[in-house]
Design a protein. Structure first.
Length: 310
């Protein structure tokens, strides 16, 4: 705002960039989605890398293109007299980037290289975080105890969510809901592609009103049997689902990314700026969805090469 950047571009970039956590590993959404969809979390973690890179690449192309076509959107900033020298900037950047990259490699790299299962990789990540807190001089037993309590809280929450999803699925199947749905879908005589579009459209519409946990618990247990019956690869369908769920972070009236930003943004940035800013990124997400849908290997090739899940 100091340099007169477009408030809509600021808002859209922050909201869309923050929502990338859904499709960029490691993702809490995947940890919940895997057991509900009965798909390996490791396959999903590896499979989401290319779709995530495609989506973030499209974001970058849009932002750079917009700034080239409309320079007033993000005016060029000249170095000031108080700017640190180049080597100092590099040093600051390295110190900020290396620890997260080491953590990412400890978790994802160990899975992709076959050194550890997802659960073992999580333990490596925990050890890495523990060691880094000591190296940075921030370790304390109080912080360690708080981390243990937080771990138990989050793990319990996820396990209760999975238990609730299993109960929902069991009641739905036991009461004959799945048989009714099969009969209804069979009567419609829809093609597999059209049925897939309907599934994703339902998730997109639900994203206007429901949080991602509710979407997973309600729709995934119902969709996955049909996905497998139609011959679609479950990992690929989950990637489409993740991209579609990501749009729910940006689509009003729920739009949690917008409301989170509203809570911390200056008053000069209004909801109007935020809504206008996220619209292009929603369109970009739909383009990325079409790319992954048209080219399933964007989601399947890397897990096949690294994990050999096929």
């Amino acid at each position: 705002m100091k340099y007169q950047y477009s408030k809509s571009l600021i808002s859209g970039t922050i909201c869309a960039g923050g929502s990338l956590g859904t499709i960029i590993p490691p993702s809490v959404v995947v940890v919940v989605l895997g057991p509900i969809a009965d798909v390996s979390i490791g396959d999903l973690m590896v499979g989401m890398i290319f779709p995530g890179l495609i989506l973030s690449g499209l974001y970058i192309i849009y932002i750079v293109g917009l700034c080239i076509l409309r320079p007033q959107t993000a005016p060029r900033v000249d170095d000031g007299a108080d700017d640190p020298p180049f080597l100092q900037k590099v040093t600051i950047t390295v110190k900020a980037l290396v620890p997260p990259l080491v953590m990412i490699f400890a978790v994802l790299g160990s899975i992709m290289l076959g050194w550890a299962a997802p659960t073992e990789a999580a333990a490596l990540g925990a050890v890495g975080a523990f060691l880094m807190s000591i190296l940075y001089g921030r370790f304390s037993f109080g912080m360690f105890g708080a981390a243990l309590v937080k771990t138990i809280t989050v793990t319990s929450m996820i396990m209760f969510i999975l238990m609730a999803g299993s109960l929902f699925t069991g009641v739905f199947v036991g009461s004959g809901g799945m048989s009714i749905m099969r009969d209804m879908i069979g009567a419609l005589e829809l093609s597999p592609a059209m049925l897939l579009v309907i599934f994703l459209l339902l998730v997109f519409i639900a994203g206007f009103f429901l949080e991602w946990i509710s979407i997973l618990l309600i729709f995934v247990p119902i969709f996955m049997p049909f996905v497998r019956d139609l011959g679609f690869e479950p990992v690929w369908f989950c990637m489409l689902l993740l991209v579609m769920i990501q749009t729910s972070y940006l689509t009003p009236p729920m739009a949690p990314a917008i409301f989170y930003l509203r809570g911390v943004a200056p008053r000069d940035i209004t909801l109007r700026h935020m809504y206008a800013g996220v619209i292009p990124f929603i369109v970009i997400q739909l383009i990325a969805l079409a790319i992954v849908a048209a080219f399933p290997q964007t989601a399947l090739w890397l897990p096949n090469q690294v994990l050999g899940f096929n």
